[in-house]
Design a protein around this ligand. Structure first.
Ligand code: GRG
Length: 294
């Protein structure tokens, strides 16, 4: 994110970090390693985009931060689990994330797996205990997050991605992978805002579609940035090229990929326009997910 945007949302990121710090405390229990490892990965410099999207959208819809903060943190717990498991030797086999050793490089691999399991499971516990929500709202949040994370969501995206390694896939198949891997959790973030704000079914569907468009645009730009940093640094272990991964850039080239991302951003703006609220901040945040560093 650019400096301007970082400043704009610094207070919210601060609140997210503060709450995560309370939710995942250091422990002096016999299983303290789990909490140390979770904190290493949770406080490793993530941008907190998913909780930010949930909070900014919910606030635009008139929700108080106190109601959306814990659900927003649950999104970050799931996101963090997915990064830990994605980096494992049996998946992408990455040695570094956010310029620091990945969790399995610092701890035994089993600890990294268990830490991911803990973060994923704990996200749902947090949702059951989120304050100021009616039981029906908590259930709807749990349903939304399970769908995004599960067998038709992130896990599905991951398995399709692994199976496509070394094969050349069609662009439609790649989009399906990224809808599941990346966009599903963004859709859940927007849905979270709608559920907490108690919007109608049509608005909830718009929020879901907003996540699909913006999530895909975000992923395409991630591929573009990944390919330019690879050019600068040479091929790294765990890079998309080393793993023979299909990316938007390998299938469409940089310029066409960017055009596709900007078209999806326009589509996202249209969804934002139809929301029953003034959403200038949301539009700004959406833009900065896509128009960044390239
Ligand atoms: C179920 C193990 C498992 C994985 C699911 C989400 C996922 C699939 C894997 C994570 C790795 C990956 C490349 C995801 C694509 C989405 C993406 C661009 C993640 C990075 O998100 P940022 O930029 O990360 O928000 P920070 O570091 O800011 O938290």
């Amino acid at each position: 994110m650019s400096d301007d945007i970082t400043l704009q949302f610094a207070d919210k990121v601060g609140r997210i970090n503060q709450r995560l710090d309370q939710l995942v405390e250091d422990s002096s229990s016999p299983y303290a390693t789990l909490f140390k490892a979770a904190r290493y990965t949770l406080f490793g410099g993530g941008k907190r985009l998913r909780p930010l999207l949930a909070i900014v959208t919910a606030e635009s819809l008139g929700v108080d931060l106190s109601k959306i903060l814990d659900p927003a943190c649950a999104l970050e717990l799931v996101h963090t689990y997915s990064l830990v498991h994605d980096d494992l030797p049996c998946m992408d086999d990455d040695d570094f994330r956010r310029d620091r050793p990945t969790l399995h490089k610092l701890y035994p691999e089993a600890v990294a797996i268990l830490t991911g399991d803990f973060l994923l499971t704990y996200a749902f516990e947090v949702l059951t205990e989120a304050p100021y929500l009616q039981p029906k709202q908590s259930l709807r949040l749990i349903r939304s997050l399970s769908k995004a994370a599960g067998g038709h969501g992130m896990v599905a995206g991951q398995i399709m991605d692994l199976e496509a390694e070394g094969e050349v896939v069609e662009i439609g198949a790649l989009e399906k992978i990224h809808q599941c891997k990346t966009a599903a959790l963004l859709s859940a973030a927007f849905e979270f805002a709608g559920i907490v704000a108690e919007v109608d079914a049509a608005t909830l569907l718009t929020l879901h579609k907003l996540g699909e468009s913006l999530g895909l645009a975000f992923q395409i730009i991630d591929d573009v940035l990944d390919s330019s940093s690879r050019k600068k640094e040479g091929q790294k272990k765990g890079s998309d090229v080393e793993n023979s991964k299909n990316t938007y850039v390998t299938l469409m080239g940089i310029e066409r990929s960017k055009r596709r991302a900007y078209k999806l951003l326009e589509e996202s703006y249209q969804f934002i326009e139809t929301l029953p609220c003034v959403s200038h901040k949301l539009r700004l945040l959406a833009k900065h997910l896509v128009v960044r560093g390239c």
